[in-house]
Design a protein around this ligand. Structure first.
Ligand code: NAD
Length: 678
């Protein structure tokens, strides 16, 4: 019979190697945001299993002390976080030289993990949540400690395997293999649903990685600002006849939400030179964004907000105005007073509409919180009534020439759930989509992802601002702003990136680029590392990209050949990146849209200046992007077909993408009509 002494002796990496004695419980600093209690539905037997699962990390001599502590965490928080093992000092992504390790990659990933958990960056740092309410780096602090120790031990000839936050161990591989392979929340199909998911997380066998939280590549709010900037600018291009060499000056964008992601709207509006009114019911959120200078002015009545907007539009000044109040009140004013809105969206948290994500008209933020707690059924009725009215107002504005788009927040679905069938294209159910487009379906998909433009990013691991400035300039020199309007937008973005003061945490930058752009910039950066102009660089991207994510309601919403319910693309992207030697590869279930609704993946590549890394850049970066473009081309997306035709020409002899033949529409229609008549 194996006993715990045998187990302890068989491992060189376990918690006792870090702590001789059980650490003291670290202090919980007041004011640090905390996650609420998570759904807890475990039976008595399952609760015992969850406890045993957590104790697997703990040497036997501490079991008696920690078992009741863990049980208490499970019952009060719904999860076992192992708070006692949280570092008492401030976690922050430090310069790479301050980390221990046997290889550069091992040290680099410690920088990334610590940046994801920085108290100034993470949403609920004590619960290891980086962003998106539930997106965690790993499940608990025991895993955090062990992962860090494994990364210190990792060599260039090993791979660390992390399964839903659990470090399975180090396995021999080779220098050209990934150093870290991560999966998060991949569930067997028959069990891939929210109930089984909640059970698995409470049992301590699953981690919700969102996208870059569990993939260790989050860089703070900057990433979302660029995406929002690109979205609204391209909405203008596509729907307001704005010429390619211009921006949104003099145009009005109206939306709601100044929260986690939605808070980027104000900053993005100003960078795009537009005027924006963003409604927000929570005063504290407005205060944060105002202090941060992501909104310039605050107005507390709709009339004042529109007056200010009109004045700024007249002088073509770019300003984001926060309206302290409900978006429905703001739109009601616009309709009754005939105000002209060019672009309209919504970023209330409609993915959690009855849990407080959407504040109904007629209730203040405080009253909504009280009613939600006391009488959730009545609250739900208020939400439904408000959504129905909200929809009618949008419809009136759209009839008057406003362009409305859904911002991936499930707003259209929420309106449908509130009883509005006419919001569905088929007037019955959402199977054929909604009458208003979503931002990926109409804008990001065709204008960015189909060409391969996506959220490329990098972190200067030295922690030096000078390095970031040098990479900004180098990246700018790689872009030809005359090639396409997308290149011009990206050129403007990187030109002003430092001025816009977007860095929070490590010295990081986001820059939308296509396959060729990403490869050229990566090779240039690696050369700069080789020449000792800058320190090592971590390359990566958001998973919300051309090829990394299969998500029928978001990233692949404009894939219309029926394959948008398939997850082959994201899986191939992950496998192909691993095969080509990316330093880290990650594959997750869920992402921004919830468990079972998406499969998404990302990568990390450490630029060490070597020729080996040049080789990885040349094969892996184009693959990472073009796998997605090729799939979109096969779905007959025009811009992807054009991009692939060029690619086949440019990469003749090395790459070759299969393209679809296009049949005559009449031929197909006549034949099918005939067959169905019979
Ligand atoms: N920005 C993006 O790139 C992006 C991409 C995909 C999805 N989303 C979605 O956008 C939504 C918002 O994300 P978040 O992280 O900002 O959430 P959040 O909950 O932090 O912010 C939403 C804000 O809306 C405010 N609000 C709610 N009801 C309101 C109302 N009726 N009028 C005015 N304000 C109201 C809330 O007070 C809150 O501050 C989510 O559903 C998210 O999934 C955003």
């Amino acid at each position: 019979m194996i006993d715990n002494a045998d187990i302890s002796n068989a491992m060189k990496i376990h918690l006792e190697k870090i702590f001789r004695d059980l650490p003291e419980m670290p202090a919980f600093v007041p004011g640090v945001r905390r996650a609420s209690k998570r759904s807890f539905t475990l039976t008595r037997a399952e609760t015992a299993l969850a406890l045993k699962n957590a104790l697997r990390y703990i040497p036997e001599k501490w079991h008696e002390k920690l078992a009741p502590e863990f049980l208490d965490e499970l019952l009060t928080m719904g999860r076992i976080y192992g708070y006692r093992f949280r570092p008492p000092e401030k976690i922050t992504g430090r310069p790479i030289d301050e980390y221990q390790g046997n290889c550069l990659e091992g040290k680099a990933f410690q920088v990334m993990i610590d940046n994801n958990l920085d108290v100034d960056i993470a949403l609920y740092p004590y619960e290891l949540v980086t962003y998106g309410e539930t997106g965690q780096v790993c499940q608990n602090w025991m895993q955090y400690r062990l992962i860090k120790l494994y990364l210190e031990k990792l060599t260039r000839h090993q791979t660390l395997v992390v399964a839903s936050g659990h470090p399975l161990g180090l396995f021999a591989s080779s220098e050209s293999a990934p150093r870290v392979i991560i999966t998060n929340a991949l569930m067997v199909g028959a069990f891939d649903d929210p109930d089984n998911w909640h059970r698995a997380v409470a049992l301590g066998v699953a981690n919700y990685g969102q996208m870059t939280a569990g993939g260790w590549m989050y860089i703070g709010p900057q990433g979302i600002v660029h995406g929002t900037y690109s979205t609204i600018l391209n909405a203008g291009r596509a729907k307001l006849n704005i010429p390619p060499d211009s921006d949104l000056r003099g145009r009005l964008f109206v939306s709601s939400g100044l929260g986690g992601m939605s808070g980027a709207q104000g900053k993005a509006v100003e960078i795009a030179n537009a005027v924006g009114i963003i409604a927000e019911v929570d005063g504290s959120r407005i205060q944060t964004r105002h202090e941060q200078q992501w909104v310039s002015v605050v107005a507390d009545d709709p009339g004042k907000a529109f007056d200010l907007a009109e004045a700024y539009q007249d002088t073509q000044e770019s300003r984001a105005i926060a309206f302290y109040g409900n978006i429905v009140d703001l739109l009601e004013y616009a309709v009754t007073h005939g105000k002209k809105i060019d672009l309209l969206s919504d970023q209330t948290s409609c993915h959690a509409v009855y849990e407080g994500g959407y504040c109904p008209q007629g209730l203040t933020f405080e009253a909504r919180t009280e009613l939600l707690e006391k009488d959730p059924e009545t609250f739900k009725k208020h939400v439904d009534a408000s959504l129905r009215h909200h929809y009618q107002l949008i419809k009136t504005l759209v009839d008057g020439g406003t362009y409305f788009f859904d911002y991936g927040n499930s707003f259209l679905k929420a309106v449908f759930d509130a009883g509005v069938n006419e919001i569905c294209k088929n007037g019955q159910d959402p199977l054929d989509g909604f009458i208003f487009p979503s931002y990926v379906e109409d804008i990001m998909g065709p204008l960015l992802f189909d060409y391969g433009y996506g959220p490329f990013r990098w972190v200067c691991l030295s922690g030096k601002k000078e390095d970031l400035l040098m990479t900004d300039r180098a990246a700018m020199a790689c872009i030809d702003p005359e090639r396409r309007f997308q290149d011009r937008d990206n050129y403007m973005w990187i030109k002003d990136a430092d001025k816009n003061n977007l860095v929070v945490g490590t010295q990081a930058r986001i820059l939308y680029q296509d396959a060729a752009g990403r490869m050229t910039i990566a090779l240039r950066f690696n050369e700069m590392v080789r020449n000792h102009d800058i320190g090592p660089v971590m390359l990566g991207r958001d998973h919300h990209d051309t090829g990394g994510t299969d998500s029928p309601f978001r990233e692949t919403a404009n894939v219309k050949d029926g394959s948008n319910i398939m997850a082959d693309m994201a899986t191939h992207c992950f496998a192909g990146n691993a095969a080509r030697g990316m330093s880290l590869v990650a594959l997750h279930n869920g992402g921004g849209v919830g468990i079972g609704n998406a499969v998404n993946g990302g990568f990390g590549l450490v630029l060490d200046g070597s020729e080996r890394v040049d080789g990885i850049i040349r094969s892996a970066i184009p693959w990472d992007v073009m796998g997605g473009v090729a799939r979109r081309a096969w779905a007959r997306n025009e811009n992807s077909m054009e991009t692939c035709i060029q690619y086949n020409r440019q990469r003749k002899g090395t790459d070759h993408i299969t393209l679809p033949f296009i049949p005559d529409e009449d031929l197909v229609e006549d034949l099918v009509a005939g067959a169905f008549k019979r």
